[in-house]
Design a protein around this ligand. Sequence first.
Ligand SMILES: Cc1ncc(COP(=O)(O)O)c(C=O)c1O
Length: 311
Amino acid sequence: MPPAITASALDLIGGTPLIALDRAHPGPGRILAKAEFMQPGGSVKDRAARAILLAARADGRLAPGAPVVEMTSGNMGAGLAVACAALGHPLVVTLSAGNSPQRARMLEALGAEVVLVPQVDGLPGQVTGADVAAAAEDAGRLARERGGFYVDQFHAPEGVGIHRDTTGPEIWAQTGGQVDAWVASVGTGATFLGVAAALRARNPHVVCAAVEPAGCRPLAGEPVAKPRHVLQGTGYGSVPPHWDAALMDLALSVSDDEAARWRRLLATREGLHVGYSAAANVCAAVALLASGRLPADAVAVTVLCDTGLKY
Ligand SMILES: Cc1ncc(COP(=O)(O)O)c(C=O)c1O
């Protein structure tokens, strides 16, 4: 039986299932994937959105009914739209015009005011760090003009904190502590860092692998040769502000073609229609399990970051 009554959509955030991807990856080892696409905003970002707004309301930075402003690639905006609707705040989001038009439509459907920001050096479907910086600048300006609370997801500490306090412990409990590796792509780094910190605190031997787009690998210490890629929401070409290199054992790279291939495989073999970063995570987990670095029966946990419906 599902819970009788949830007080609001906020209570649908977190507590996601862990899915065994045994059809897409029969071995070696096993891949378990956190189903973050099942959250009300459709992505992993719902957790950070709720955490940042609740913290800001608790310490008075966000007054009841005051506007909320943020730059988003779509997912943070959707999470914020869900939380803003439930908590009673208007939401203004700036979105690089390079993100898929479905994202703007989804955000508007959830009640957000969407401000599209022209791309600086990216292409439609391929948003670069410079594109994101331009959208963030507009968000900061709009927050000042409207007297709104600027979420500033890249600098908000609650993002890493909520994954350390919820996603990581959920994975540990769901696997009964049987987790050998953690694999995740990096936008703000909140998901990767928070879960890595939680798992390492329980078992310092968990191998933590960050996922980067091929040619755009600052975490691997490489110069950025190809800032454009399809892994929307991740791989912005610079090391995020909260980055803690001690939590990363290795950085794996995934090409656009590999991500597209795994996206198709997850849909047709598992019935899971997810986004490119989710597919890249699975692709990287397969590579890690095949690399010989882990035992043949190792369990790699990763995250299906968002639904594929808005690409
Ligand atoms: C599709 C997608 N995947 C992965 C991420 C990365 O999440 P994080 O910001 O926690 O690193 C994001 C972030 O917006 C995203 O939108």
